[in-house]
Design a binder for this molecule. Sequence first.
Ligand code: SF4
Length: 211
Amino acid sequence: MTEFDRLAHAIGACRQCADRFAATPTGHDPRPVLWAAPGAPILIASQAPGTRVHASGRPFDDQSGARLRDWIGLDEATFWDRSRVAFQPMAFCFPGQDAKGGDLPPPPICAATWAAPLRAALGPARLTLLVGGAAQRHHLPRALTARGLSATIAGWGDLPADVIALPHPSWRNTHWLKANPWFAQELLPLVKARVRAALADAPLAQPGRGD
Ligand code: SF4
């Protein structure tokens, strides 16, 4: 059994948040969703499963996933091919919902327990996509995230070529997408080019707007 196999078994058996989840309105049991394999060239670092993913056991198996695949230019077969794309959420389990039906934030204990050993077991990715503010704050220096999500994403030229920050593809961000047309017009073509290059083991495209 490899180190990754041992870790995957431990994450799958984790019940650290059982009492926390039982106290939410959904009152659900932990269901860790780990979808990764060592050596995948693309790492998608994201937030936490929602209700659909909690039911299916597959990351981004919902409308957010359809939008994310469109953004990064991947079909379903490639997106869910563990040898090509690994997922590292801030929490592996659905955190539950508040009284208004909004998703609760990822329990911090999950990343505190599993993030570092998982990254070590997976090895370096050629391209890391940081999806949402929680993943960006976890993986990037504070100096790059202190001005908020829009500034972090808009400052793509300040990030290393192997890291891209994206908003969460939730329908809740549709207004943000309309208010920031540069995201689709300028950043997404670069994202697609880097994803293609990462999968082809080719050099990653540099920013094209001179910043
Ligand atoms: S969210 Fe993470 S720490 Fe909490 S039970 Fe699930 S795997 Fe364990």
